[in-house]
Design a protein around this ligand. Structure first.
Ligand code: ATP
Length: 392
């Protein structure tokens, strides 16, 4: 047995979710291809097809009713939308903290498959056998979750919150999902040529804003990170509640321009932007490392803010997306925040807001990060970001 597999219980009991509608509609076929491997590994399996939002087989509803003692992992063959639904279903239970420790072990079956890219890397995500090995022999690692509050609704996000062009290119291209992740590039180009600016008020609790300090911390983390780490248990065992109810109008220094050097503490900006993108994991799709400084387990949200740019500069911004090259651009602002609020203003209040790739109503939303709430089955024991960040 490989040393990395020591301590892994064999014959995992797997609850497999198939979304026949996800991505290019290949989930069923993927299952038929991999089922013999699970049989050979003698993993007891139960298949569950998911249904759309209003159906009783909606993944959120299914996860809220799972018998936790009956399974060792949940295996969605889907995109990131079903993973978001499963996490929200687990989080909705009275025993949420325990339920969220049920590992999610994804097999990529959507169009973006960002969680799988983060677990296996952009090349590894094409290797289905590797993903299957992760289900059978992976180890659970902690996953920070973000609590997103909008109106009177609260949901959990594991991947990203997007506003401006970043949301338009995702939600606005749902109708061409058959293209796979090419739809994101086309959506970006479409947005660059048609809409350039979105007015927004951003209130953020900054922990770090120096790119070089963040890069050094990231490099130290990547160099020192043990491959297998016991899952962290959240210190607060009550479910976290939104806590952004402080008086906003008076107590926060007002910044009318974007600045790179925001000191620690609360800041407010009223600015036109092209992109506002918050996230927890390096990759948002196979071709795009939007949060290259994310370690996935620092209890902070990586927040990228891009001011309006011309067509040429915007297209240049695509260069090196797979290595997060935009990070070196002085016109892209990158912050580590504990929480933030986004308030679309004026005509921007008509655009899309995307949470983990799913659309929510366009209205003010609040985000805060809760470390280590969920578990994901990982073959490598860490997120597959760059080994080292070098600012260009
Ligand atoms: N049987 C079904 N028929 C129609 N829609 C479904 C069905 N099952 C689930 N859904 C819906 O599919 C969406 C999630 O799809 P999924 O995450 O698998 O793929 P995706 O959106 O293409 O992936 P990605 O996020 O990687 O782009 C959710 O909105 C969910 O409600």
């Amino acid at each position: 047995m490989l040393p990395s597999f020591a301590g892994i219980e064999p014959h995992r009991r797997l609850l497999v979710f198939i979304n026949p509608h996800g991505g290019q509609g290949k989930a069923q076929q993927i299952w038929e291809n991999v089922a013999p491997i699970f049989k050979a590994a003698r993993c007891p399996v139960h298949l569950q097809h998911t249904g759309p939002a209003e159906s009783p087989n909606n993944a959120t509803t299914l996860a809220s009713e799972i018998d936790l003692g009956a399974w060792d992992a949940l295996v969605p063959i889907s995109g990131d939308g079903i993973i978001n639904e499963l996490l929200n279903g687990l989080a909705s239970r009275p025993d949420a903290l325990k339920a969220l420790r049920m590992p999610i072990a994804p097999l990529p079956g959507g169009s973006g498959n960002a969680l799988s890219v983060n677990l296996l890397g952009p090349e590894g995500v094409d290797d289905l056998a590797l993903a299957v090995l992760g289900v059978i022999k992976g180890s659970p690692i902690p996953l920070d979750l973000c609590s997103v509050t909008h109106g009177d609704r609260r949901m959990f996000s594991f991947l990203s919150q997007a506003f401006g062009l970043a949301a338009d290119l995702d939600i606005g291209t749902e109708w061409i999902r058959w293209m796979g992740d090419t739809r994101f590039t086309l959506g970006y180009l479409w947005g660059v040529f048609t809409r350039k600016s979105y007015s927004v008020e951003i209130i953020l609790n900054v922990k770090e804003s120096s790119k070089s300090a963040m890069a050094s911390a990231y490099n130290a983390h990547q160099a020192s990170s043990p491959v297998y780490e016991p899952p962290a248990v959240p210190s607060d065992l009550s479910m976290p509640t939104p806590s952004l109810s402080m008086p906003l109008e008076d107590d926060i220094p007002l910044h009318t321009e974007l600045k790179a050097d925001l000191g620690p503490g609360w800041h407010r900006m009223r600015v036109p932007i092209q992109i506002l993108y918050g996230g927890k994991l390096p990759w948002v799709s196979r071709g795009s490392q939007q949060f290259p400084l994310a370690t996935g387990r620092d209890g902070l949200i990586d927040l990228v803010v891009v001011p309006p740019r011309g067509v040429q500069e915007s297209i240049k911004g695509l260069e090196g997306a797979e290595r997060g090259a935009f990070l070196s651009s002085p016109s892209c602002y990158y912050y580590k925040v504990a929480s933030y609020i986004c308030r679309p203003i004026g005509s921007a209040a008509k655009g899309y807001i995307s949470i983990d790739g799913e659309s929510i109503p366009n209205e003010e939303f609040h985000v805060e990060c809760h470390p280590g709430l969920a578990r994901v089955m990982s073959l490598h024991g860490r997120w597959m970001g760059l080994d080292k960040i070098v600012l260009e």
